[in-house]
Each structure stands twice: as C-alpha cells, then as structure tokens.
Design a protein around this ligand. Structure first.
Ligand SMILES: [Zn+2]
Ligand SMILES: [Zn+2]
Length: 100
C-alpha cells in the first residue's frame, strides 16, 4: 500500500477514493459512497460516490478499469477514517441529503 506523510498523523497508509469523496472528506461534508475492492490490484479498495460507482459498474474492460483507477485520489488513511465516522453520523442526521 502506498504511504503518505500526513501533517497531523505522520507517515500513514493511504486510502483511495474518487474526487467527490475526497472533496467531501477535505471539506467535512457528508456524501454517500461505497467501497469497490479488487483482488489483484495494488489498491485493495477504492471508495466511490454513487455516481462514480455507476460509472465503475459500467466499465467492462481491464484497460478502462486501469485507466479509471489512474484517476483516483489518495489521502491519509487516518484522516479518512476520522471523516468516515463523522460522515456516517452526518448521513444519519440528514436522511434526504442529496449527494452533490
Ligand atoms: Zn465520485
Ligand atoms: Zn492524517
């Protein structure tokens, strides 16, 4: 797994995610997302918002998959985990949140 030097947490493993999830995490916003996990890939799991998940599900070739995965964002795993917990609470408190 790739490593990242985080300002708050030091050297950490990274999490991979789509641009929308990253921007929600960086701005402390809530978003609905799910994990897409590969078996033989250098990224164990990628967190995708609903929109990107639909795009992902529509991909059929390995080339297109790799190309798509080349565009995913990385951030510190600890920062991401902290936001993930908050995100869950925000989602519970805001059931009809639209994921923009
Ligand atoms: Zn997305
Ligand atoms: Zn961090």
């Amino acid at each position: 797994m790739a490593r990242i030097e985080c300002e708050s947490h030091g050297l950490q493993g990274t999490e991979a995610m789509c641009f929308h999830v990253q921007s929600a995490a960086l701005n402390d916003r809530a978003i609905q997302f799910s994990a897409v996990c590969g078996d033989d890939f250098f990224l164990p799991c990628v967190w995708l918002c609903n929109e990107c998940k639909m795009v992902w599900d529509g991909i059929t070739t390995e080339e297109a998959k790799e190309e798509y995965l080349g565009t995913v964002k990385m951030m510190c795993g600890r920062c991401f985990d902290e936001w993930k917990d908050k995100n869950l609470k925000m989602l519970v408190n805001n059931e009809d949140l639209c994921a923009t």
